[in-house]
Ligand binder design. Structure first.
Ligand code: BGC
Length: 423
């Protein structure tokens, strides 16, 4: 099981995306965004209106927030103080997958999943008596929205596969589960994507924020569209930017896509997000060492590999016991190359969005709201994003301040519930 030097070099060359490549991606992204706004069939971006605009920072009161977007669910009570600040009062977090149950696989049921969400929400307000409370639901998948409280799931993503939910009104499913569980005093009044929640949360404190992004298990970006085309409200648009498909994938990206739950979909997401970069790393390791089985490594393992020689050896040795120091260093470089490529492509999608917002003028200085474990924790990510923004946009990038939004999904859901019920 010696490291295949030729293949390693070929892969590293393919992963090294150049300045020209990311500038092209940024331009193509803007084109797709603008085509998508006009509902052109040539766009790969769904451009989904969220029926909510930016907050004032003065929204006030106590709201319930539900956050569902992956393998955990969180519910919390959030108090908005009305002066751009907030408090999270109560917090319940539960896994949707354990050794005993799996509520998100293809053999799970919609009723079991939504009953579980309702119970988690009920736990977060436990002690509040029967006092009526409004709920905002951050639901981190692409939905076709008819209003702030009506959204149909288009397609699951992130390998979630519960049958009977696609095409359904998510708030309706939650409302019915709350009734079944006897929580009649909990009123779900708003549903929003996690990117929209991150943007609302950041804009509550930094009013110059126009773009919100999630860079985690999944990847996506939204922005405030002030000049929509006829028939669309001026509101935040969830671009579902993970669906962008005008990128040239490597043969490894294509193989990963072919073996995923939904081949052909979420092409950009499959090159950048936490759910997939660990998978890509595993596939490349298998190929480079010609392993019989594909290792099951995650983005967290990649972080350990990148953190230093000891971390790298701890991950690589159990898979390739005879790996030499030199091989381990090469694997560390491989993890880094996958991560840096991811960050550079993400920056390109932000740049395309900022160019659209700037129209024919300059990109204004502004905060960019970002939430997510990959952005927060993975080595090289933040510096690579920043560097790529400079490479693409030159000195205009100096005014851009990516800001990590903590608890964005909860704060944003509370803000959405406040806006939905305010007047
Ligand atoms: C979903 C998006 C979501 C993103 C980040 C993607 O898989 O399609 O709706 O915003 O993950 O959670």
């Amino acid at each position: 099981m010696a490291l295949n030097e030729g293949l390693y070099k070929e892969i590293m060359d393919e992963l090294a995306v150049t300045k020209e490549f990311i500038a092209d991606v940024a331009g193509a992204f803007r084109w797709d965004l603008e085509q998508g706004l006009r509902r052109s069939e040539f766009s790969s971006l769904p451009m989904l209106p969220s029926f909510i605009g930016l907050p004032e920072g003065t929204e006030k009161g106590e709201y319930l927030a539900l956050d569902f977007g992956g393998s955990n669910v969180r519910a919390s009570v959030v108090r908005l103080l009305g002066n751009s600040s907030f408090e999270v009062l109560n917090w319940v977090e539960k896994p949707l997958v354990t050794d005993e149950y799996n509520l998100i696989s293809s053999s799970a049921s919609s009723t079991a999943l939504f009953d579980f969400l309702a119970e988690t929400v009920g736990e977060a307000v436990h002690g509040n008596g029967e006092r009526e409370i409004y709920l905002g639901h951050t639901f981190s998948f692409g939905t076709e929205q008819q209003d702030i409280n009506r959204a149909k799931l288009i397609k699951w993503a992130k390998e979630i596969a519960v049958p009977g939910v696609e095409g359904q009104d998510i708030n309706g499913l939650l409302e019915a589960a709350l009734v079944r569980r006897g929580f009649l005093h909990i009123k779900p009044v708003a549903i929003l994507n996690d990117t929209v929640a991150a943007l609302l949360a950041a804009a509550y404190t930094y009013p110059d924020t126009r773009v919100g992004s999630i860079y985690a298990t999944g990847y996506n970006t939204c922005y405030m569209e002030a000049m929509p085309d006829a028939g669309r409200p001026a509101c935040i648009i969830n671009m579902e930017s993970g669906a962008f498909s005008k990128l040239i994938p490597s043969r490894w990206d294509m193989e990963l896509d072919r073996n995923s739950e939904q081949p052909g979909r979420q092409r950009l997401e499959k090159m950048v997000s936490g759910r997939y970069i660990g998978e890509l790393f595993s596939r490349l390791l298998q190929a480079i060492f010609d392993l019989r089985e594909k290792p099951a490594l995650s983005a967290v393992d990649m972080s350990s590999v990148m953190e230093g020689a000891a971390g790298a050896a701890a991950v690589v040795k159990p898979i390739v016991p005879e790996a030499e120091v030199d091989d381990i260093e090469k694997i560390r470089q491989l993890a880094r190359a996958i991560t840096v490529r991811s960050a550079r492509i993400v920056a390109a999608s932000w740049a395309g969005t900022l160019w659209h917002l700037a129209g024919s003028g300059r990109v204004e200085p502004q905060h960019i709201a970002v939430d997510g474990s990959v952005f927060q924790h993975m080595p090289y990510v933040q510096e690579s994003v920043r560097r790529a923004l400079y490479e693409i946009m030159g000195e205009e990038a100096a005014g851009l301040e990516p800001v990590l939004v903590k608890d964005g999904s909860s704060i944003g859901a509370a803000i959405a519930a406040a806006v939905a019920t305010c007047c």
